[in-house]
Design a protein around this ligand. Structure first.
Ligand SMILES: [Zn+2]
Length: 258
């Protein structure tokens, strides 16, 4: 599920070198990251966008090699953290990095906003290719959509929204507002398909809903789609647009407001 691998970012210089998402515990990869970081100066921070092993497994080894603290939002499956992140801004030489909690993919997910460049290190909020898996109960579709909107709406000088997204997987995204709008529209369209697949006068299981709500998706992707389907179903129930009983779901008529 990592595409061509995980992107590790090394930025800053002098006393303020930062490594974002060291990646898996792959010796050759960590050697290269260490070399890159040392070439720029002294490592001040190893940052994690979230605890998933493809981003964080190599963090402890790299942090020890570089003598730099690991900082991330707390999570029971995170590597041992030297600093627990909250919403804050790191001021390093020539570099301001703002921590932006963006839960949804995981509870501990954060993006890092490089203020001078209006660039966002996006972790698994978005991928440069394809879509992100939302896997409940860790994954939460309500939070995820709010996090997408939060990054879309970041102030950036006179404009709104960042100039560049640097994801954990796939290439950089140079049209963040269009890309994020597309991501949000994709999820909301899927949510409507999930809701439409739920009967009003009967019940369907998630297994029954899957081929109806994902009729445009190859069957080989069904195990992954099933996780996002459940995330959508949980959100619909939470919003009073569907109800569930004994693992079965049904649609509730739209509530009129006002
Ligand atoms: Zn992940």
């Amino acid at each position: 599920m990592t595409g061509r691998g995980t992107n590790t970012y090394v930025l800053g210089h002098g006393e303020g070198v930062v490594v974002i998402d060291p990646g898996p515990a792959d010796r050759v990869h960590l050697d290269q990251v260490e070399l890159l970081a040392r070439g720029r100066g002294t490592a001040a921070l190893v940052l994690l966008t979230h605890h998933h092993p493809d981003h964080a497994e190599g963090a402890r080894d790299l942090a020890d090699r570089l003598g730099a603290p690991i900082a991330a939002i707390a999570h029971e499956h995170a590597p041992r953290l030297d600093r627990v992140l909250v919403e804050t801004t790191f001021e390093l030489p020539g570099l301001s990095l703002r921590v932006l909690p963006t839960p949804g993919h995981t509870r501990d997910h954060a993006c890092f906003v490089w203020e001078q460049e209006s660039a966002v290190f996006a972790g698994d909020l978005v991928a440069g290719e394809g879509f992100i898996v939302i896997d409940p109960p860790e994954g939460d579709m309500t939070d995820y959509l709010a996090s997408l909107a939060r990054v879309r709406d970041l102030p950036a000088g006179d404009a709104r929204g960042p100039r560049l997204l640097l994801p954990g997987h796939g290439p950089a995204i140079e049209d963040p507002s269009g890309y994020l709008a597309g991501y949000i529209a994709h999820r909301l369209q899927r949510e409507e398909k999930v809701r439409a697949a739920m009967p009003i006068d009967g019940w369907r299981s998630l297994e029954q809903l899957l081929p109806l709500a994902y009729d445009d998706t190859p069957e080989v992707m069904y195990p992954v789609a099933a996780r996002s389907l459940e995330a959508h179903a949980i959100k619909l129930v939470r919003e009073g647009r569907a109800e569930t009983s004994g693992g079965l779901y049904r649609r509730l008529a739209s509530r009129r407001i006002g």
